[in-house]
Design a protein around this ligand. Sequence first.
Ligand code: ADP
Ligand code: MG
Length: 203
Amino acid sequence: MAATKARRQRGRLRFARYLIHKTLAGFDFDFQPQLDRQLVAELSTLRFIEERRNVILLGPPGVGKTHLAIALGVAATEAGYRTYFTSAADMVQQLQTAHLEGTTLYKLRTYLSPSVLVIDELGYLPLDQASATWIFQVVSRRADRGSIILTGNRGFGDWNQVFADPVVAAAIVDRLLGNASVLNIRGRSYRMRAYQDAPRDTR
Ligand code: ADP
Ligand code: MG
């Protein structure tokens, strides 16, 4: 039984296509003191999945958004949920290609069927009208069906600049936030910690 369970877990992880393995245990909360630890602890119970609640992680580069998104997704696979990881740009491109090939419905299933869809890096690149519409399709169809864990580097006020069409932008924000937990991370970049920690007079 244990072997079967382990095999299924490996299968779920392979299917989910996480770029890299991250865990909540491997996250240094002391480095990011203004992060809402209580909310992260609540999310780690995975109740958000049963409640079809979305998780939005916003903040500048390097503060651990992708790390936390993957860690929650990995925890979900360990609990037996199907999850899937994609960047926003890749999802849009995949759907666009499927559209041209006439396989949109089939491709949409990739993004609609998992209990948890992790969409990484929204807002790094501006999205044209067609791309925004694909994001809207996924977000609105998943509403009340399954959770989205989304990471982005822009506050909601800037989403008009991310999406070419402000009406679609507003609709996406509306659907995403209808039932969501938002983690704003305002701290320092973990990638840059060595530089920031170094004394200034060593040059
Ligand atoms: P973001 O997605 O916000 O740009 P990442 O999650 O990719 O940032 O984090 C950058 C790197 O730093 C990753 O290797 C990540 O695992 C690591 N990292 C970030 N924050 C922490 C932290 N608080 N504790 C441990 N590792 C962290
Ligand atoms: Mg990231």
